[in-house]
Write a protein that binds this ligand. Structure first.
Ligand SMILES: Nc1ncnc2c1ncn2[C@@H]1O[C@H](COP(=O)(O)OP(=O)(O)OP(=O)(O)O)[C@@H](O)[C@H]1O
Ligand SMILES: [Mg+2]
Length: 408
């Protein structure tokens, strides 16, 4: 995938002389706190390097004050970076003259904020068409684009309503429609959903992902909510005190946290809501329905599992035979599988783990199937539960290591 936005060694320091002593201290490795105490300057972003791919939802996550808004605002230079460069495609944004910068903001980016910033005295249509008016597009063109954008966010029919007549969630949709109406390549979303009720917020996340599947924008999405980050992000960047701790896929972040800060963070996540079956799927020991008991046992041994999946001639799962029942059958002199096959549920690769917990009751492996219903793998309940406990134990280990280090 090609890089759409390149953030290169970007620093943002707030204060009277940002590129003076404060920058020197930052380069020398001093912390945000030390720099503030000794120079009175605040480090917003300390040295960011990020490549955002075309078409991804890149999420920046961190607690309040970690530098998320500062970073996103550097991308369209609402904040002027103190050092470093930013590219969008081949354009060096950090080198644009004021007029070019204005055109870049207008044509290439759309911004959505936490607070809807709608014009109260204009109806929904005019609110959404605002950016197009600035672009000099005629009324008919504006209205058509506004209506298209409103239908994308599920608000067709509300064109003539006023913001105050809409719920918070609907107002935020109007904000999103406004950003989409000019058809920008890049969407900059700063805590766009943070003011919404949890339920509405989830709906908006789903809608954003659905819109993204359709439009393939490049989205820089800021949130302080890790669950949201892991849910919507193609990749997630974790920030603290202006510095980037880790950039990775949601699974990387959850399963391979690179710093103790990240590990601590992910402890609180309900991983089952984030991880999909593919992360815990294993190769299945598969046998044909006319196989013999001995075949089952050798397939089971080969993969070191406790049960084999039986498939029909098209490769579709019929059920499982456990090692135990196969061994019993064998010692009883039975060769055929008939009577040993127990049916098990089927799931697909993209099912999230939270949805399959209720299938764990029997303890039997669950069949993973592809779009054609053919067996592609197996999920073992115990392994899944172990995997879910893993991140917690990583951060416990780090915690232990830290206290031991402190005692030395
Ligand atoms: N205009 C400004 N002048 C001085 N300091 C600023 C300015 N804007 C941000 N900062 C400082 O930069 C740091 C990062 O702030 P920023 O707003 O980027 O955080 P954030 O991660 O977006 O937090 P939040 O989740 O609260 O929105 C903070 O220490 C903040 O005090
Ligand atoms: Mg912010």
């Amino acid at each position: 995938m090609s890089t759409k936005v390149k953030i290169e060694n970007v620093v943002k320091i707030f204060g009277d002389e940002p590129d003076g002593e404060a920058l020197t201290l930052l380069r020398a490795g001093y912390s945000k706190d030390v720099i503030r105490e000794s120079t009175g300057h605040v480090v917003g972003v300390s040295n960011a390097n990020i490549d955002i791919s075309e078409g991804e939802i890149f999420v920046v996550m961190g607690l309040s004050g970690s530098g998320k808004s500062t970073l996103i605002r550097c991308v369209n230079r609402l904040h002027e970076p103190t050092a470093g460069r930013i590219f969008v495609d081949d354009t060096e944004v950090t080198a644009l003259e004021p007029k070019e910068l204005q055109a870049f903001r207008r044509d290439s980016t759309g911004m959505v904020f936490q607070h809807f910033a709608l014009f109260p005295h204009q109806d929904v249509r005019s609110n959404v068409a605002f950016g197009l008016k600035v672009k000099g597009i005629d009324v008919a063109g504006r209205n058509a684009a506004a209506e298209r954008a409103l239908s994308l966010v599920g608000l067709s029919g509300y064109e003539s309503s006023y913001p105050r007549q809409l719920s918070g969630g609907m107002q935020q949709r109007v904000g999103l429609a406004r950003a989409l109406a000019t058809d920008p390549d890049i969407l900059l979303m700063d805590e766009a959903f943070s003011a919404l009720d949890p339920l509405i917020r989830r709906q908006m996340q789903d809608e954003l992902m659905a819109i993204q599947d359709q439009l393939h924008k490049t989205i820089l999405f800021i949130t302080h909510d890790l669950n949201e980050a892991l849910r919507v992000g193609s990749r997630v960047c974790i920030m603290k005190d202006g510095a980037i701790h880790q950039i990775g896929t949601p699974q990387d972040i959850l399963m391979r946290p690179e710093t103790d800060y990240v590990a601590e963070f992910v402890q609180d996540v309900d991983q089952g809501r984030v991880l999909a079956v593919e992360t815990v799927r294993e190769d299945a020991a598969a046998v044909a329905e006319d196989a013999a008991v001995a075949d089952v046992l050798s397939a089971i041994d080969r993969l070191g599992v406790d049960a084999a999946h039986v498939v029909d001639t098209d490769g579709r799962p019929l059920g499982v035979v456990t090692r135990e029942s196969a061994e019993q059958a064998q010692s009883g002199g039975t060769r055929e599988l008939r009577g040993l096959v127990q049916t098990v549920p089927t799931i697909t690769n993209d099912t999230i783990l939270a949805k399959i917990y209720q299938l764990f009751g029997s303890g039997l492996p669950i069949a993973v199937i592809d779009g054609d219903g053919r067996l592609t793998g197996s999920v073992r309940p115990l392994e899944v539960l172990a995997e879910l406990g893993r991140v917690e134990s990583i951060s416990e280990e780090l915690e232990r290591a830290k206290t031991q280090g402190a005692q030395k």
